[in-house]
Each structure stands twice: as C-alpha cells, then as structure tokens.
Ligand binder design. Structure first.
Ligand SMILES: [Zn+2]
Ligand SMILES: [Zn+2]
Length: 332
C-alpha cells in the first residue's frame, strides 16, 4: 500500500497537491494557489489563480492588489484536477479556512492557522475527522495555555477606568487581532469611541463591509490628547514604541498577543499591560483537536514542532514535521 498522503508533497515554499496541480499558501508565486487566510505569510501576491473564501480574497485585494480569484463558500465542494476541495472555518481570522481534500480514498485536512475559542469576528473552527491532519504549532509547548479572553479584556477595561487622564494604547496585529480586540470590547459592554491608527483603518472598514460591526471608531491621527484621554487606542505593534505614540495622552502601553505569556517578550517591547489574547490554538487546543479528529498521521507545518510531535507519538499517532519556510508568527 502506498504511503498515506503520498499525493501531497512538502516543499520549502509550501505544500504541493500533485493531483490538483495546486499549491497551498505558497511563499512564492505559483500558477494555482489555494489560500487558507489573508495573513501576509500565507497570502502572497503574484499567483496566477487563487482559490479562497470571498472574505480572504477581499482581504488579499486590500493588501496585495487585484486577484485572479475564485471564491469558494464554506462547505461548498469543488473539483480541482482530481481532488475534491472544500473549505471549512478555521476560527483564526475573518474568512480563514481549513482546506479539506479528498483523493484516492483519503481525506487530508490542512488547517492553516487556527484556534478553538470563540471569536466575535469570524466563524468557529469546524472539526473534520481525517486521515492526515496538517497542523500549525505556533504555541506547541505545554507552557502555552491562553487564559480566558473575557478576563483579559476585563483587565484592559479595569486599567482604562482606573485613570481617566491617560489612554490605553493596545498593540494588535492589523489584520484580525485589531478587529477582534474591538469586537471583544464591545461584547464586554464597552461602547465608547475607540481611536485607531491609520494602518488599521482600511481593514476595519473591510470588516464592517463584510458584516462585522465594530462600533464607533475614530482616527487617532488629528485627535488631541484631551480627546483621547480615558479612551482605548489600537495600533499595530510596530507603532507602540515609535514617535507616533508621543501624540497620545500618557499612554499605558498594552499588547494583545499569545507571546505576552512570556514576560521577556513583554519587557522587550516595553509593554506595561501584557494581554494574553491569541488567534492561534494553545497547547490544550492543539492536543484537544488532534484527539477529536483522530487522524492516523499528523503533519506539523510551523511553530514549535518537537513537543507536539512527541505528544503525538506518546498517543500512538504518527507525526512528522514539514519543513516549510517563510511562515512568521507575528500574526499571533
Ligand atoms: Zn495567520
Ligand atoms: Zn501563520
């Protein structure tokens, strides 16, 4: 019998699905690409044809220009070459999908990036049992256990309300995390205006146009210190320590990221209020997902592969690492 999943090839620049003659999230331009989600390490410019969800295509058009794209709705099946392809929600960011492929009597699921906890800005991860589960492992160490999101948001609000003369500046990745923080704040009953950095505005507008309500947002550029006092300001992580933040009224510097679990990382960025809020599965979610899907094999794409591989082996699941390059972990 042929090796399981022998029709999938792992190359440094991505996963090649031979009977579909297509690449998944390739890091270099390809004739045909299946894209899991809009983060720049997965969705690059320059492909000949792109198959993705409508939301991911819209995000790619904002970030990389016009696409020769075909939109696939969740759960719709399309034949690509000799492979049946279906996208199901990955719960990572708006439009994010796992790619479910059936060929030669085998089902392979490529998760892309994913998380299991609810996110008000995107559809929840849908578990699909499979023969081979291709998973990320960004937070694939037992030390990574993300706390409850609501309690992190409450810490943020508590800090904001404790000194109305200051603002709280939250560093959040521009695609996904920024909109999620805003939506989580609204869910927690915070309906005040939130100020946003210019680099986030277009994506906020796109989310709104795709049906994700973010409430009252105001540009931080041009606002006075007095106006922003007592308010939350959201900016990309790169803006936290640069000149831009000097316009803000004595900001409490916060950052929303799974990496904030590591004190050292918070200190490096001069983060006073680390918020452990991640768009990636933590250790519990990774191992819970593998238990639930019961795959014969787990292939690990990027992150801390060793510990997860070891965990799989101790649970009698064959596991290996795909040595892909070019995936970053800043979209955490
Ligand atoms: Zn991502
Ligand atoms: Zn990624």
């Amino acid at each position: 019998m042929a090796r399981l999943g022998s029709w999938i090839e792992s190359h440094p620049e991505g996963i090649y699905v031979a009977p579909a003659d297509a690449w998944i999230d390739p890091s270099r331009p390809k004739a045909k690409a299946l894209i899991t989600h809009g983060h720049s390490d997965h969705a690059r410019a320059g492909h000949g044809a792109v198959l993705a969800t409508a939301e991911t295509l819209a995000i790619m058009e904002v970030r990389c220009g016009p696409q020769n794209g075909q939109a696939l709705a969740y759960d719709e099946t399309i034949r690509v070459g000799e492979v049946d392809v279906r996208f199901v929600p990955a719960g990572h960011v708006l439009g994010s999908a796992q790619i479910v492929m059936e060929h030669a009597g085998e089902r392979i699921v490529v998760s892309g990036d994913y998380k299991r906890r609810p996110d008000p800005t995107c559809a929840c991860f849908v578990p699909v049992p499979c023969d081979v589960f291709v998973t990320e492992a960004t937070f694939g160490l037992p030390v990574f256990r993300h706390p409850d999101t609501g309690s992190e948001i409450d810490r943020l609000l508590h800090r904001l309300h404790s000194d109305p003369s200051r603002c709280v500046l939250v560093g959040a990745y521009a695609l996904g995390k920024a909109q999620r923080i805003i939506a989580e704040l609204r869910q927690r009953g915070h309906h005040d205006a939130i100020y946003v950095h210019g680099a986030i505005e277009r994506l906020n507008q796109l989310y709104e146009s795709l049906g994700v309500s973010l409430g009252e947002l105001r540009p931080a550029t041009g606002a006075t210190k007095a106006e922003m006092a007592g308010h939350i300001v959201i900016a990309p992580p790169g803006a936290l320590n640069d000149r831009w933040s000097r316009r803000l009224p004595d900001p409490v510097t916060a950052m929303a990221s799974g990496w904030m679990r590591i004190r050292q990382r918070a200190r490096q960025r001069n983060v006073e209020l680390p918020l452990v809020i991640s768009d990636h599965a933590d250790w519990v979610e990774l191992t819970m997902t593998i238990r639930e899907l019961e795959p014969s094999e787990v292939w690990i794409t990027h992150g801390r592969e060793e510990a997860l591989k070891h965990w799989c082996m101790t649970h009698q699941i064959k596991a290996c690492e795909l040595n892909l390059v070019g995936y970053e972990d800043e979209d955490d």
